[in-house]
Design a protein around this ligand. Structure first.
Ligand code: V55
Ligand code: FE
Length: 488
């Protein structure tokens, strides 16, 4: 795309598209199961303007909210920009005004103090509202029917934290949303806010604590009784920011930490466990209680998966030199020391999903993206610059793995899970699959996959007649949930 840097962040699958669109009645190959009715919302970063700096990254792309709407076996497609304060300022100026990723000291002076967030990471559904989130700011509410931006969300003025995670957790039994915000008190602070919103969407608790250091805290976990905050050594430094440098630098020699507290308790009840040095995980699969023990399953790597965060920390490793595994960390809350038990439970990968009903509980299976050794080199694109080409279904207790493997020149994005009403049926997955058809040319399809038989591939496919830029995360909202919202 003309004028954009010719880096991995703006080429391959990551070529900017910048198009708002609505297409009704997409072609469907095969039959869409009748029980799939609702909306697959996706968060898609797509830079509306040529960035101010050549070294700009995918994570700074303006958030777009996209929707595949399933109704009567038909599928409609929509994509719109989230009209954040930043998007509107830049749209009106017809150019980028905000500088480097999460560094306000590199901004055009005319936007000093304005909201920098791009709301590009996860669509979140809670209490009948749709939010677009990014961890460096507050969420933006979006109308799930029109995709119009409603505005920044602060729980009716109650929220104190300046930030809101892209990975809140909703308890399936209580309907409460558990969330956090880090750098809650401002840039490079160690403040983490831990909050709970009730099933009606009201903020009922917000407590602050200090992390061992100012880290990138991308995800956290809950069990039925506990909240778990893993801290990995990717750190921020205000002097580096003031000098125009990177927000994040990974520190290979710094230890990781995990804070565990009663989920309805006080933050001063937090127990800190000391983990290995230099490790990283962006996404946690799930966590659950087993009496006084807590199991936390995570997509662990031996360094940070993002090249630009490694390089800022002086770590020069190629993507294929990074090791990892789906890993279980088990914490014994009766022990007096700060250690814990680690064991690998599955192949490396990321972008895990469990069924909504399994959140915080023992779970029969999970899904995540991985690499097919026979799939050829990964397609260039996605947040880390190399797209996944396999989709795994794992049963964590037996370790049994089934894999949907894609051939050369193909990629799969994070799936969403849709529950089935049929007894004993594992439900369905939706995932976007991209294919390179020629140099720098890509086509995308939405695949419908039987969650109990991922190795079989798609049971139905929905070709999308426009170019898609890779999503980060998605969310499934059923027709019943959408209807309940409409009647609010
Ligand atoms: C991630 C994504 C982000 C971000 C920080 O996937 C971490 C991890 C899309 O934005 O700003
Ligand atoms: Fe994430």
């Amino acid at each position: 795309m003309r004028g954009f840097p010719q880096t991995i962040h703006f080429t391959g699958l990551n070529q900017p598209v910048r198009m708002e669109a609505s297409i009704r009645n997409l072609p469907v190959i095969g039959d869409i199961p009748a029980e799939i009715a609702g909306a697959f919302f996706r968060a898609v970063p797509d830079p509306a303007h040529v960035p101010m700096h050549e070294d700009d990254v995918v994570l700074s792309g303006d958030g777009m909210v996209s929707r595949f709407l399933f109704e009567d076996g038909q599928v409609d497609y929509d994509i719109r920009y989230v009209e954040t304060e930043r998007y509107v300022l830049e749209r009106d100026a017809r150019r980028a005004l905000f500088g480097r990723y999460r560094n306000p000291f590199t901004d055009d002076p005319t936007v000093a103090g304005r909201d920098r967030t791009v709301a590009n990471t996860t669509p979140v559904w809670h209490a009948g509202r749709l939010f677009m989130t990014k961890e460096d700011g507050r969420a933006y509410e979006v109308d799930p029917a029109t995709l119009d931006t409603i505005g920044r969300w602060d729980f009716y003025g109650a929220l104190r934290s300046e930030t809101f995670t892209a990975h809140p957790r909703v308890d399936p039994a209580t309907g409460e949303m558990f969330f956090f915000g880090y750098e809650a008190g401002g840039l490079c602070t160690r403040d983490i806010a831990y909050g709970i919103a009730d099933a009606g969407g009201n903020l009922v608790s917000e407590q602050w604590f200090e992390a061992p250091y100012c880290a990138s805290v991308h995800d956290f976990a809950i069990t039925e009784t506990r909240a778990i905050f893993p801290i990995f050594p990717t750190t921020a430094n205000i002097d580096r920011l003031k000098a125009g440098g990177a927000h994040w630098a990974h520190q290979q020699d710094l230890e990781s930490w995990v804070g565990v507290m009663p989920r309805y308790g006080k933050v001063d009840e937090m127990r800190w466990f000391r983990g290995p040095k230099g490790v990283s995980a962006f996404h946690l699969v799930n966590a659950y209680d087993e009496g006084d023990r807590v199991h936390l399953d995570l997509c662990l790597t031996d360094t940070n998966a993002f090249a630009f965060m490694r390089e800022a920390g002086g770590i020069h490793r190629q993507p294929w030199e990074i090791e990892g595994a789906l890993t279980r960390w088990t914490f014994d809350l009766t022990s007096n020391d700060d250690g814990f038990v680690e064991r690998p439970i599955g192949p490396p990968g990321d972008l895990p999903r469990v069924r909504d009903v399994d959140q915080g509980r023992p779970y029969p299976f999970a899904f995540y993206c991985s690499m097919n050794p026979a799939g050829g080199p990964p397609l260039p694109g996605g947040p880390v610059g190399a797209a996944f080409n396999a989709l795994i279904r794992i049963e964590p207790d037996s370790g049994r793995v089934a894999m949907m493997t894609l051939g050369p020149d193909m990629a799969v994005s994070e799936p969403v899970h849709i529950a089935s009403a049929r007894d004993g049926h594992d439900g369905w997955l939706l995932a976007v699959v991209d294919r390179r058809t020629a140099d720098e040319k890509f086509e995308s399809e939405l695949w419908v996959i039987d969650a109990g038989d991922v190795a079989a591939g798609a049971v139905a496919r929905v070709p999308v007649p426009v170019r898609l830029r890779p999503q980060v995360h998605g969310a499934w909202v059923s027709a019943a949930q959408l209807a309940a919202r409409a009647g609010r």
